[in-house]
Design a protein around this ligand. Structure first.
Ligand code: ADP
Ligand code: MG
Length: 701
């Protein structure tokens, strides 16, 4: 709760001053006293535990040892670059190393004094060493007297150079907490605190920085996590309520001949029950008079496109325009080919607008769009450009929404005077807790069944050394009429090297699969869009049997006859990407295969990813594992929302607290939607402080 003292600029705290103050602002976004208080340690180290040198291995985090320091040595000829010392106890010795502070270090240690050292063991050649350990004399160790839990704060190189390493930061917090003027008010009402047995804010803050024991630390964490999650949920729920109450939507009150003709004359398969259910849900929203803001989740190949298309036809039936935005040119092109062909039979005009649309063509499209002649527009980011103006846009679909930023999506909202209905689609299954948080203000539909007759893709792990065997398998499959993808990673930092890998790979494949018997396509991001389309087209028409590419084909591409996906350097891909890539096969009736090629040396995480892929085709299981391996901050599409930049809570580990906080927020908003009751006064102020300053993200779509 903001009060005057806590609002004081950070440089006025004793021991900081202008220079360090500036650094704290820049490096850690700590601008006021209050920010320092809520700069929580990221972990704690149990200082009651001492290790022996013999027990130390390099996979350990921070360790504490007791022993003697000897043999201080400088290294480097003209200028000292490094200083080492030997640390020993009764079980062995290890090396300590420093890269600065030499002058002081030279005379810092006495041979007959016992020290306590603290640091992270790392491997250096064949030896283990600890760089820049914290050192203190064993009998004087103050820290271990006051608290056995040592807090660790994140810092930066620049801050460390100014004495603000973890310990330095902890000292500042101590100064602040010991200041008699400090008063920490509690923004959570007492009834909520009592109900969830939460300790008060003051106690929580003290114990998060200076825990006196495990139990109090746990309680402090629980309290602060609850608070953090509670306010996030409060905000999401409030936004949703606002949207439902305020956001008027265009009304599509009937289903007309476009929809019906498509359904009866053009659809050449039966919709799955899940697809039918989702179409129904969307129809309900269309009729409701409120703006729809719906997330459609469905695993790769579950048939989301058709649901989107039929919903767009309802918009057209009601005299409105609709658009479908996809993240890549290839995908838009493919949507266009599939959709325009069938719709021309029922007289619906479809346009395609991408970055590579020719100027004259673009002009024509914009003209027809503004006149209302063009009913459906498909395309990429090009759709959100300023000069793309619709006559009456009623419905927006965003495919593979995780590829777009929040701001990009929001732009489509404003292309009509009444916000159009919005359907965002994703194949990245979002674990429940994450969905609750990131998409807390959307309604969610799920396609949880694949079209009938699909055989699960068989996934196989092969080492690079087995390449000949894999080539043999490819030949065999091609003989049976199948087509093959071979995908190489392309990661920005090493783009040049990757591109070389891709081209080398392409050449070796062309050598192994020569003309005229075989034809090989290649597609990568650096090619001109027209060349890309040409190659994709040849592959789609079966003029080539092998498609060598980067991950540009990752999302959405749908060529049912391609039934083998070979992923090179599979260890370099993330799980959700591997799953997306695998989703390119298994779309036809034939048995499909995904072969993950790797070298022999794999990190534990990479092994885990490969194992998961081999074991399961279930997108939700894969997403859960992905979340565990990478942490939520890295899940695509969540970064931009900023919502996961939490100070202390972790939406995977703290699922229980999240649910409790969400339920409490629901109850509170039902009871006191505007937070007007006197008991909620402090809570309201805190909420306003957190969210109302920053209105920009009130419209996540
Ligand atoms: P995704 O959900 O990954 O976007 P698509 O919409 O590309 O999946 O659909 C994958 C393939 O399944 C397409 O070839 C599509 O025509 C086909 N498909 C969709 N629904 C059905 C269905 N109910 N029965 C049979 N095939 C279907
Ligand atoms: Mg798709």
């Amino acid at each position: 709760m903001a009060n005057k003292f806590l609002d004081t600029p950070i440089e006025y705290l004793k021991g900081i001053g202008p220079e360090r103050g500036k650094l704290l602002r820049e490096e850690l976004a700590i601008t006021r006293f209050e920010d320092l208080l809520s700069f929580y340690p990221y972990r704690y180290i149990d200082r009651s535990k001492f290790y022996k040198v013999r027990e130390i291995s390099t996979d350990m985090a921070y360790v504490q040892l007791r022993g003697f320091i000897s043999n201080i040595q400088l290294h480097g000829t003209r200028r000292t670059t490094r200083m080492t010392a030997v640390f020993s106890d009764d079980t062995g010795r290890l090396e300590l190393v420093w890269f600065r502070g030499f002058k002081w270090l030279k005379n810092a240690f006495k041979p007959d004094v016992e020290y306590i050292i603290f640091g992270k063991p790392t491997r250096y050649g064949s030896k283990i060493n600890i760089a820049h350990p914290e050192v203190e004399t064993a009998n004087k160790s103050k820290l271990s007297q006051t608290s056995t839990m040592k807090p660790m704060y994140s810092s930066s190189e620049k801050l460390k150079n100014k004495g603000l390493d973890s310990r330095g930061i902890n000292k500042l917090v101590k100064t602040l907490i010991e200041d008699p003027r400090l008063k920490i008010e509690d923004e959570l009402p007492e009834n909520i605190r009592n109900r969830f047995k939460l300790i008060n804010k003051h106690e929580a803050i003290i114990n998060i920085h200076f825990p006196s024991n495990h139990n109090l630390l746990r309680q402090a964490q629980a309290r602060l996590k609850f608070e953090e999650l509670f306010f996030i949920q409060l905000n999401l729920l409030r936004l949703k309520k606002l949207r439902i109450e305020k956001a008027r939507g265009v009304v599509f009150d009937h289903v007309g001949s476009y929809f019906n003709r498509y359904y009866n004359e053009l659809l050449n398969f039966e919709l799955t029950d899940a697809q039918k259910r989702v179409v129904k849900e969307i129809r309900q929203d269309f009729k409701s008079g409120k703006q729809m803001n719906r997330l459609l989740q469905g695993d790769v190949g579950s048939g989301k496109t058709i649901v989107a298309l039929m919903s767009m036809l309802i918009a057209v039936d009601n005299g409105y325009q609709a658009c479908l935005m996809a993240p890549t040119g290839i995908l838009s092109q493919q949507h266009f080919l599939n959709i325009s062909k069938s719709l021309s039979k029922i007289g619906v005009n479809v346009g395609l607008l991408t970055g590579s649309t020719k100027t004259s063509e673009r002009k024509q499209i914009l003209k027809e769009l503004a006149s209302g002649n063009l009913k459906l527009l498909l395309g990429t980011h090009a759709l959100i450009e300023e000069d793309v103006k619709f006559d009456n846009l009623g419905f927006v679909v965003i495919d593979e929404q995780h590829r777009f930023g929040v701001a990009q999506r929001a732009k489509l909202w404003y292309k009509n005077h009444i916000s159009p209905h919005v359907l965002v689609m994703t194949a990245t299954p979002i674990p429940r807790t994450l969905a609750m948080t990131v998409y807390g203000d959307l309604d969610v539909s799920v396609i949880d069944e694949l079209p009938p007759g699909r055989k699960p893709v068989k996934t196989i792990h092969q080492y690079d050394t087995n390449r000949l065997k894999v080539f043999g398998f490819i030949r065999d499959q091609i003989k049976q009429g199948r087509q093959i993808y071979v995908v190489y990673p392309l990661i920005e930092e090493s783009e040049k090297l990757d591109l070389k890998d891709l081209k080398d790979g392409y050449e070796s494949i062309v050598r192994a699969f020569p003309l005229p018997e075989y034809a090989v396509s290649i597609v990568h991001g650096k090619m001109k869009p027209a060349d890309k389309n040409y190659e994709m087209d040849r592959f789609a028409k079966r003029e080539t049997q092998i498609m060598v590419s980067t991950t540009v084909i990752e999302v959405g591409v749908d060529i049912p006859n391609a039934s083998v996906m070979i992923i090179e350097n599979a260890e370099r891909f993330g799980l959700s990407q591997l799953h997306q890539l695998r989703g390119r096969v298994g779309r036809g009736a034939d048995q499909s295969y995904c072969i993950l090629m790797t070298g022999h040396k794999l990190t534990n995480d990479a092994k885990q990813r490969i194992k998961t892929m081999v074991e399961t085709n279930d997108g939700f299981k894969i997403a859960e594992t992905d979340l565990k391996l990478r942490g939520p901050g890295d899940i695509e599409g969540t970064k931009q929302s900023g919502i996961l930049e939490m100070r202390i809570a972790d939406i995977i580990k703290d699922e229980k607290i999240l649910k409790a906080a969400r339920n409490m927020a629901i109850e509170l908003i039902d009871d006191d939607p505007l937070l007007e009751k006197p008991g909620n006064y402090k809570l309201k102020k805190k909420y306003e402080e957190l969210y109302l300053k920053n209105k920009t993200w009130s419209r996540i779509s």
